[in-house]
Design a protein around this ligand. Structure first.
Ligand SMILES: [Zn+2]
Length: 227
């Protein structure tokens, strides 16, 4: 979108060998029990129907992948650091407007917290600990009615690779996926109908890579989905 800015900001991609493997080393971004009045898992990471529909626009630079997990939550719900780390960005150039935070962690991993309600009261370079409140959840539409949710991403520190957060975060994902309320569907390629259909079998994404979901036989068919 802004190549010169991107070139100035983003470091070269780190080799995968330099990035920590998933070992459930992080926690959830919300405290307390999930539920309709607190927080629920919404759209999953990966090959979602929503990302498929916008694979050539919103997600076109992310290989057509929803590069994070959405947690539905009322605006103002305290958002917590998923692990110990250092604040790297407050309202940096990483999308997920209106406000976002990036925290750098061990193992060349970074977490991004998007669609926050307000600018987070954090300093760049500030140390945070796992579970510390780092902001308040907001709404991607800015209304606190239409789509209040947190968008959580797990990236490499160079902001080039995007990972499925599930195996990195210790949580009861089976129960969370069953209880979640919206947007959980994954796009089918009827030529390979079991591919990328479960929350824990989703591909990593590389910034600027080719679309992963330009399927030969997509289902559901969306505008622009036919060949
Ligand atoms: Zn999202």
């Amino acid at each position: 979108m802004f190549p010169s800015l991107a070139a100035a900001h983003y470091a070269p991609a780190l080799p995968l060998s330099a990035i920590a493997q998933p070992s459930r080393q992080f926690g959830l971004p919300f405290a307390g029990a999930p539920g309709p009045d607190s927080w629920l898992l919404g759209q999953g990471y990966g090959n979602t129907t929503g990302a498929y529909r916008q694979r050539r626009s919103t997600y076109g630079n992310l290989q057509g992948i929803h590069a994070g997990l959405d947690f539905s939550a009322p605006c103002g719900t305290p958002v917590r650091a998923i692990g110990d780390g250092t604040v790297a960005e407050v309202d940096g150039p990483h999308g997920s407007l209106p406000h976002n935070v990036v925290i750098d962690h061990a193992g060349n991993l970074s977490s991004l917290y998007g669609h926050l309600l307000k600018r987070a009261p954090l300093r760049i370079g500030q140390k945070v600990t796992r579970g510390q409140v780092i902001g308040q959840s907001g709404d991607s539409q800015g209304t606190c009615i239409s789509a209040p949710h947190l968008h959580l991403e797990l990236r490499d520190r160079a902001h080039q690779r995007f990972f499925n957060p599930l195996p990195y975060i210790a949580a009861d994902w089976d129960t969370l996926a069953l209880a979640g309320s919206f947007g959980r569907g994954y796009e089918y390629d009827l030529s390979a109908p079991r591919k990328w259909q479960s929350p824990d079998s989703q591909p990593a994404a590389l910034r600027g890579g080719r679309l992963l979901n330009e399927f030969a036989r997509p289902w559901p068919i969306a505008p622009g989905g036919a060949r």
